[in-house]
Structures are given as structure tokens and as C-alpha cells.
Ligand binder design. Structure first.
Ligand SMILES: Cc1cc2nc3c(=O)[nH]c(=O)nc-3n(C[C@H](O)[C@H](O)[C@H](O)COP(=O)(O)O)c2cc1C
Ligand SMILES: Nc1ncnc2c1ncn2[C@@H]1O[C@H](COP(=O)(O)OP(=O)(O)O)[C@@H](O)[C@H]1O
Length: 313
């Protein structure tokens, strides 16, 4: 997948594309339907392209902290979109200046520089200054530059429209089963294994500590069943069942939110490796124990419970 950085107008591109436009945080099942539809509408010479914004407008314009964090920061989003068949990714730096571009300018001065044959968007797509313009205007502007428009209906799950903000709330509430149902895959955080206090091995539960995760939406503090994928050629087995501890580690006076994972029946050195941790099921909240012995006793219980559930899966 080619990444094309866009700060104002995009480059003049000759490649014929079917273009999907949107933010796509989470790339949930509703988003996936848009990409599936776009792929079906492609002709042989076409490439599948996405015009997407790196930051949420609500964060850039109003500094609303709710929108600073993402379900899928760029690296995660790139991987998922590549797997969905996207070949060109126009990464648009959304700025206060960018927010002033009118719908007319956006289509006639920006999008017209690409060789777009068709635009595919989700129902309810709004764009241009103040997000004032709707699909009707999109269709009429696109007609002027001979671009077809396809509108994909909003996908529902159990009667509710799937949306990124609901998935965020589910993750923040530790409701990983439902988040999984809306995303079509478990909620996953990718990071690098960093050094901790080396206490885990003494407790009998070494844990990989994940660095570089600050831009992700953080799951509710607690213990989860999960899985880890190791992105490193040195390991024959790359997927492991894990116990995840996410949160503030009150028993050991931890500082700041941390995601760590104990790989079941694994031994080896993972420092520096890039790993993806998937949250499958919330087991319990984080507890401040009075001493390390009670923490170890609880972790031993957690492990027995997780192993028995994994065996039934
Ligand atoms: C299965 C599991 C459950 C955990 N539960 C708690 C908990 O309830 N409260 C807590 O303070 N820390 C909890 N922890 C975090 C440990 O305190 C932490 O892993 C330990 O201090 C090792 O830290 P280190 O990686 O810096 O060496 C848990 C860790 C694991 C693996
Ligand atoms: N089963 C395992 N699960 C997680 N990490 C393991 C396991 N076995 C060995 N390790 C290694 O041990 C390290 C964690 O040990 P730990 O004592 O918790 O140190 P730290 O405080 O640096 O995380 C991991 O980064 C990894 O390299």
C-alpha cells in the first residue's frame, strides 16, 4: 500500500482509482462494508484508494480529549486497510486551515487532481467547511467532474447503527465481546516490548510491557484473557494465549497506565520485539492488594481460570 502525504491539495495522480473517503477510526464492520462495496465496483485497471484524515477534526478544532485517542492509530489502520485491499492511502493532515476548505473546493480543486472514477462513502457522509455539505451536494459536485458516487447504507448490529464512538465506549468499559462484535475482530493494541522493574519474573509471572501505546483508546483497567502476535522472525510460534493486565498496578505503586501480558507456557526473551496484543475477554477489575503474596495467589487463580476457558474455546 502506497502512502501519499497530503497537507493541502493532493498531487496530480494519473492512476485510475475508486476512492473511499472518511476517517475510519476502528475500521469497524460498517467501514469494512464500504471497502468491500468499493472493491466490487472496481474495474480491471482501477486501484482501490482511500482519502483519510490522520486526526479527528474534534481534536484539532476543539481539543476535545475524547477524540485524541484512537481505536486504530495510523500504523494499525494501515495494516487493516492493506488487508482489505487498499492500494493507495492519501493521508490528509487535518488542520484548522484544512477545516476551512469548502465542499466545492474540496471536490473541484482537490479531489479533481486525482484520476477518480468513482467515490464510495457511507450514508450520512458530511464534508467541507463546518461539515455542512451532504451527499446531495457531493453527487452534484462530482457530476461536474464526471465522477460517479456510491453511497453505502449504515450497517446495524442488533438494531443499532455501528459507529466508532460506541466501540470506544465499549473498550473503555472493558466490554471486549461487544467491541469484537462491532469491529469484526478483537480490539488490538500494537507496541514494542520495553523493560519494566523485573518484578514479574520474581512473582512467577513475567510480563511483556508494551511501550508506544499512548495514542490508543485504553481498555478499562483490569485483567483480560487475550492473545499476542509476535512480529519477529526469530520465533517459530508467533501466536500465544495470554493473560493481560492493563492499568495502574496499585499494589506495586505503578506509575501511569500500562498494558502488560503474561504468555501462557512461553519462555524466551521478547525485549525490543513488536507485538500485537488482542483483548478477548474481561476477567476482573484491578485490585490493590496488601502484599505481593495475595497478588501472586490471585494471579495463580487468574491463570487457572484462563487456561480452563482457553481449553473450551
Ligand atoms: C494476571 C495478572 C494479574 C494482575 N493483577 C494485578 C492487580 O490486580 N493489581 C495490581 O496492582 N497489579 C496486578 N498485576 C500487575 C503486576 O503488579 C505486575 O505485573 C508486576 O508488578 C510486574 O511488573 P513488571 O513487569 O514491572 O516487572 C497483574 C499482573 C498479571 C500478569
Ligand atoms: N511467559 C512469559 N510471558 C511474558 N514475558 C516473558 C515470558 N517468559 C519470559 N519472558 C520475558 O521476560 C520479560 C518480562 O519479565 P519481567 O520480570 O516481568 O520484566 P519487566 O519488568 O522488564 O517486564 C519479557 O519482556 C520477556 O522478554
Amino acid at each position: 500500500m502506497e502512502i501519499i502525504e497530503v497537507t493541502s491539495t493532493p498531487p496530480n495522480d494519473l492512476e485510475p482509482v475508486v476512492l473511499v473517503i472518511g476517517k475510519f477510526d476502528g475500521v469497524h464492520k460498517g467501514h469494512q462494508l464500504i471497502f468491500d462495496t468499493a472493491r466490487e465496483l472496481m474495474e480491471e485497471e482501477d486501484q482501490l484508494a482511500v482519502y483519510s484524515f490522520s486526526d479527528h477534526p474534534q481534536w484539532i478544532l476543539r481539543q476535545d480529549p475524547k477524540f485524541e485517542k484512537k481505536l486504530t492509530p495510523d500504523a494499525e489502520k494501515f495494516q487493516i486497510l492493506k488487508d482489505l485491499g487498499v492500494q493507495r492511502y492519501y493521508r490528509v493532515q487535518f488542520t484548522k486551515e484544512y477545516a476551512n476548505i469548502t465542499a466545492r473546493e474540496f471536490i473541484l480543486d482537490h479531489i479533481s487532481r486525482l484520476h477518480v472514477k468513482r467515490i464510495v462513502v457511507g450514508e450520512g457522509f458530511h464534508f467541507g467547511k463546518g461539515s455542512e455539505s451532504s451527499i446531495e451536494e457531493l453527487v452534484s459536485l462530482c457530476a461536474q467532474i464526471n465522477v460517479a458516487v456510491t453511497v453505502v447504507p449504515l450497517l446495524k448490529e442488533e438494531g443499532n447503527i455501528i459507529c466508532s464512538s460506541d466501540v470506544r465506549s465499549l473498550v473503555e468499559d472493558g466490554n471486549m465481546d461487544e467491541a469484537w462484535a462491532l469491529l469484526g475482530r478483537p480490539y488490538t493494541v500494537t507496541g514494542t516490548v520495553i523493560h519494566g522493574r523485573k518484578l514479574g519474573r520474581e512473582l512467577g509471572f513475567p510480563t511483556i510491557n508494551l511501550g508506544g501505546t499512548d495514542s490508543y483508546v485504553f481498555p478499562k483497567p483490569g485483567v483480560y484473557m487475550g492473545s499476542v502476535e509476535i512480529h519477529d522472525g526469530n520465533f517459530a510460534q508467533t501466536n500465544w494465549n495470554v493473560l493481560i493486565s492493563a492499568g495502574y498496578r496499585p499494589t506495586v505503586n505503578g506509575s501511569g497506565y500500562l498494558i502488560e501480558a503474561h504468555l501462557l507456557d512461553f519462555s524466551g526473551d521478547l525485549y525490543g520485539a513488536t507485538v500485537s496484543v488482542s483483548f478477548l475477554k474481561f476477567m476482573r477489575g484491578e485490585i490493590k492488594f496488601s502484599g505481593l503474596d495475595s497478588l501472586i495467589a490471585q494471579m495463580t487463580k487468574d491463570m487457572a481460570e484462563a487456561k480452563s476457558v482457553f481449553q473450551q474455546m
